[in-house]
Structures are given as C-alpha cells and as structure tokens.
Design a protein. Structure first.
Length: 184
C-alpha cells in the first residue's frame, strides 16, 4: 500500500502543479454536484481501467517480453511502444506522451519488481486528466492529429524525470518518516 500512496501523491502533486501552472485549460463545472458526480464516476472507472492496464502491460507483458528479450532496456522500450500505441486515438502527441510515461513507469516496475507504485502513478494521472484537464468529448469525432506541442512534450519529459528521481529516492531511502509504516 505504501508504494501506491507514494506514487499517487508524488505524481499527483507534480502533475497537478505542472498542469495548473499554465499549459492546460482546466475544465469548468457548472456546479459542485456536477463535479462530485464526475469525480466519483472517474474514481470508480479509472481504478478498474488503470488496474487492468497495469496488470496487462507492466504485470504480464513485461514478463512475456522479458522471456524473449534478455535486455531490460529493450523490454522497457517494446512495452512502452505497445502502451503508446494503445493511446494513439488521441493523436500523435498522446502516443509520444504515453510512450514516455510508460518508459518511466516501466523502469520503476523493473527496479521495484512490483506494480503498486506504478498503479498509484497511473491512477492519479488518469484521474487528474479526466477530471480537470482533458475534455474527452472534444476528441470524439475528430480526425487523427499529427500536431505536436513541443513545449507541452518537453514539460512532460521534465515532469517525468522529476518523478523518476523522486521515486527512486523513495524506493532506496526507506527511512522517510512520513511514509514509514508505523508498527505498534
């Protein structure tokens, strides 16, 4: 449970901060009731959807590809390509962002040999995007976009680097008191 909470809060705070600083529009809700309903539906939906993606891509696919390919870097690259292709419906930038996101999360899974942190990171990522930043109804019926906003992509890369280093620090430094389990 601790890696899930760490991943959720580290990436949640970082992603929320970066998105609010100014490179994405925030979805406006007509009422608190609308927001509450959307948030509840998103929590239920994305907890299941994210769990299945993590199980399939970082649980099974990493193991399957790892049996065929001996290099963990190549395994990470292949699984990340598959994960990026899964998100291609939202355009080329989504494919690239998802690929980069997957590279980082796969590296953490391979380092920790567990899915909990990846699940926390992926869950909060999808929850924040769907609840506050990505109006999916705008994408329905649109043609495939090959446009890439390089500024957004570079901000994503920087954020993912911070996530990677912060997570590796948390993984290797078990003595951080505010995340330490309290034995009684």
């Amino acid at each position: 449970m601790r890696p899930f909470v760490q991943g959720f809060f580290v990436w949640g705070i970082l992603a929320l901060g970066v998105n609010l600083i100014g490179y994405k529009d925030v979805i406006g809700y007509k009422s608190l009731q609308d927001f509450t309903v959307i948030l509840a539906v998103n929590i239920i939906f994305f907890s299941a959807q994210t769990f299945l993606e993590e199980l399939i891509f970082r649980g099974y696919l990493i193991q399957i590809v790892g049996r065929i390919v001996q290099s963990s870097m190549l395994v990470n690259f292949i699984v990340s390509i598959c994960f990026g292709v899964l998100h291609i419906a939202f355009g080329l930038q989504s494919l690239l962002s998802s690929f980069l996101f997957s590279l980082v999360v796969n590296a953490l899974v391979l380092k920790e040999e567990g899915l909990e942190r990846a699940y926390g990171i992926h869950f909060v990522n999808n929850l924040l995007l769907a609840t506050f930043f990505a109006n999916i109804s705008e994408h329905i019926g649109q043609n495939f976009s090959t446009h890439i906003n390089w500024t957004e992509l570079l901000i994503d890369v920087g954020s993912l680097c911070v996530l990677l280093f912060a997570s590796i620090y948390l993984i290797s430094n078990k003595s951080i008191s505010w995340f330490r389990s309290r034995a009684r």
